[in-house]
Write a protein that binds this ligand. Structure first.
Ligand SMILES: Nc1nc2c(ncn2[C@@H]2O[C@H](COP(=O)(O)OP(=O)(O)OP(=O)(O)O)[C@@H](O)[C@H]2O)c(=O)[nH]1
Ligand SMILES: [Mg+2]
Length: 394
């Protein structure tokens, strides 16, 4: 990720009056003292660009700018430079503090709109100023977040708003294509058990097969029961095997050790979320104790069947691992608690029904509150002792 060229990174820039707290916000969001902060208006004179990894958002450039209300001949030059930054911005944070009117901000917002730049209103200094946002919300058709950069209040909310409003071309463009070559043979193991919907394949299977085809490789789809005999009848070894995580153990035992194996859920962890975060989150399972509380979060609201992965299998495996009772909450759909601190671990579904932004904003909340998160497949791989094996190809 460090090698991502600057042009491909999401550019997040701060605009606003001098002294509104732009530099302080950059420092709070990045958790680093990157920009000089002072009580003297006009502290930041030149744009400050910083390429960084803003987890779980990925590679970004954060740009601090000079106040757009700068004065004098030099001030005018600084304002011109700030407008140049607007041209390369993907997300603008327009910073507000208390003011008798917001005519200047309206002017700047017009400029941002002209350039089609996604804008988030950031109301700063809520620790000491009482800013009424009803008027602001009427004047500006943008999402608002109220924060204190100085006291680090609601910085997590601000990060979530950035992720949720990021332009959609910020989505990853392939699920598995980046590790395939044209003509590769991929065996897709798709159990058609009681949980499989009648007459069709499920979304992650369809998406993975489509992605394999789009990369000029071959997708050979089999049920787990047929895997041994079909492997035997092939005249070459598959280049990759992708299975449903629920039968990881079984498929791993069937396959010769040198055939790369992964799962739909692990591919989804990469595509929709952050595989590194899920991998380190899964390690939390090794330090769980009886009595710990665990959240199992599903993206869609489906009717739970017998042997349901979220409601039956994962709770059972976790209890076995811990060797005692644990407390389990299950949420589905849009529900995801604001306060995650009661949880020792969060286990998320593959999120095939979620956009990357939806899942990333949840990851951001977990990171902010220091709560480990993983997904179904990554957890199952860890429980079976094969997590390294099924992620080495990435
Ligand atoms: N009370 C309070 N003060 C803040 C907050 N954020 C910033 N400040 C103060 O506001 C002043 C200006 O902060 P900066 O971050 O330098 O503001 P800026 O928008 O970068 O200013 P220029 O670079 O001059 O355009 C400093 O004295 C900060 O300590 C906040 O959340 N609450
Ligand atoms: Mg500044």
């Amino acid at each position: 990720m460090i090698n991502t060229p600057r042009a491909n990174r999401l550019h997040i820039s701060l605009f606003g009056r001098r002294n509104a707290g732009k530099s302080s916000i950059v420092n709070a969001v990045t958790n680093q003292e990157l920009s000089l902060v002072s009580n003297t208006p006009g502290t930041t004179t030149d744009p400050v660009l910083k390429s960084m990894e803003l987890l779980p958002l990925g590679p970004v450039v954060i740009i601090d700018t000079a106040g757009l209300d700068d004065e004098g001949a030099l001030g005018k030059l600084r304002i011109d430079k700030t407008y140049e930054i607007m041209d390369k911005t993907n997300i603008a944070l327009l910073v507000f503090t208390s003011s008798s009117d917001y005519l200047m901000e309206e002017e700047w917002y017009k400029e941002l709109k002209k350039r089609n730049i996604t804008t988030i209103g950031v109301i700063n200094k809520i620790d000491s100023l009482n800013i009424d946002d009803t008027d602001l919300k009427k004047k500006f058709e943008i999402p608002f977040v109220k924060i204190s950069a100085k006291n680090k209040i609601n910085i997590g909310e601000l990060k979530e708003a950035i992720i949720e409003n990021a332009p959609s071309d910020f989505e990853r463009d392939t699920i598995v294509g980046d590790i395939l070559k044209a003509k590769d043979m991929v065996v897709v193991v798709a159990p058609q058990d009681i949980q499989a919907p009648k007459g069709r394949l499920i979304l992650p299977q369809v998406q993975v097969i489509r992605d394999i085809l789009d990369h000029d490789a071959m997708a050979l789809t089999v049920k787990d029961s047929e895997l041994p005999s079909i492997l035997h009848s092939l005249n070459k070894q598959p280049d990759l095997v992708i299975t449903d995580s629920q039968i990881f153990k079984k498929v791993n035992e069937i396959l010769p050790k040198d055939i790369p194996l992964t799962s739909f859920s692990i591919l989804m962890a990469r595509y929709k979320g952050d595989l590194d975060m899920f991998t380190s989150g899964a390690k939390a399972v090794n330090i769980l104790k009886p009595g710990d509380r665990i959240l199992i979060a599903e993206a869609c609201t489906h009717h739970a069947l017998k042997n349901d992965i979220a409601r039956e299998k994962i709770p059972m495996w976790l209890k076995e691992k811990v060797g005692g009772e644990i407390l389990i909450d299950v949420t589905s759909g849009g529900d995801f608690p604001k306060d995650l601190t009661p949880y020792s671990l969060i286990v998320h579904c593959g999120s095939c029904m979620f956009t990357r932004k939806q899942l990333l904003s949840r990851l951001s909340r977990c990171k902010e509150q220091n709560v480990p998160i993983t997904n179904f497949g990554v957890l199952i791989a860890e429980l079976n002792g094969i997590l390294t094996k099924v992620t080495t190809m990435f």
